[in-house]
Design a protein around this ligand. Structure first.
Ligand code: GLU
Length: 276
């Protein structure tokens, strides 16, 4: 059993991150498994080395360690590019020179309360077979990708618990359409692509992450099927919220782990604050 914590170093880690990381760590410890760390620094505009350093410091202070080298997305551009070329060769992806805005949205993990980008109208779909040029993003041809899976995945296969959606091709087409797999600066994978490739590379058997990513899991299962990657088990945990019921975000520095630490809190107190 192998779990992971995969923060993006775009701010200080807060109580929500502590909860996610501790759950993954505890699960690995309980089952004699391995806990791994991956730094999702694909958003080169917003990621900062000082946040990455703070992340290591916070996690170590919480008592976590990782026996294998940290995986960093910025080291893996060639891998993502090879996967993209494979998808293009198979007629499942195509270059796209359209708007920047939805590409930016596709780069980060989806968050609760943030509206889904509008569906891409397929303007560049006629460019199938071409590799991206300077200034092109790459999109998945969702209909073609869905056409490669033999049957709608069952609830067990999606890794989602009872009461959650199954992988419904019509809904994926309607809600997500031709998602961005790589953004315009060539080699920078969008989150949905990097996360499936990297979970497979790290041999992750159990993905433990927030309930805000449950919907994205559908896309991840589809990409795993298309790329013939193993499918981990998914556990989506409750979100840590502020007193107004809002999910914590990186801008909530008031709840940064490092702030509590500097105020004299102990790791045990952090655990208690998140209900562990
Ligand atoms: N980098 C993502 C985040 O910070 C992680 C998403 C995941 O665990 O798959 O939200």
């Amino acid at each position: 059993m192998r779990t992971r914590f995969a923060p993006s170093p775009t701010g200080l880690l807060h109580l929500g991150h502590a909860y996610s990381a501790l759950l993954a760590w505890d699960r690995a410890q309980a089952e004699g498994g391995v806990f791994l760390l991956r730094i999702e620094d694909n958003d080169t505009q917003r990621c900062r080395p000082e946040y990455e350093a703070a992340c290591y410091e916070d996690l170590r202070w919480l008592g976590l360690s990782w026996p294998e080298p940290v995986m960093r997305l910025s080291d893996r551009r060639e891998t993502y590019q090879a996967v993209i070329h494979d998808l293009i060769d198979r007629g499942l992806a195509y270059p796209c020179a359209c708007t920047r805005r939805d590409i930016q949205e596709a780069l980060s993990a989806p968050q609760e309360g943030v509206a889904a980008p509008h569906l891409y109208p397929g303007t560049c779909r006629h460019r199938k077979g071409e590799y991206p040029q300077e200034g092109d993003a790459v999109r998945l041809d969702m209909a073609a990708a869905l056409g490669t899976i033999q049957h709608p995945l069952t609830r067990e296969e999606t890794g989602l618990g009872a009461g959650q959606h199954v992988l419904d091709p019509a809904r994926l087409l309607q809600d997500h359409g031709d998602i961005v797999l790589m953004r315009k600066d060539i080699g920078t994978a969008a989150y949905h692509l990097s996360v499936v490739v990297d979970d497979a590379e790290q041999g992750i058997t159990d993905v433990i992450r927030g309930a805000d990513l449950a919907e994205a899991t559908m896309l991840h299962r589809l990409l795993q099927a298309v790329l013939e990657l193993p499918t981990p088990r998914y556990h989506h945990h409750r979100l840590i919220r502020d007193e107004n019921g809002k999910r914590l975000a990186k801008r909530d520095d008031a709840r940064a782990i490092s702030l509590y630490r500097h105020e004299g809190a102990s790791p045990a107190q952090i655990r208690a604050m998140v209900g562990l």
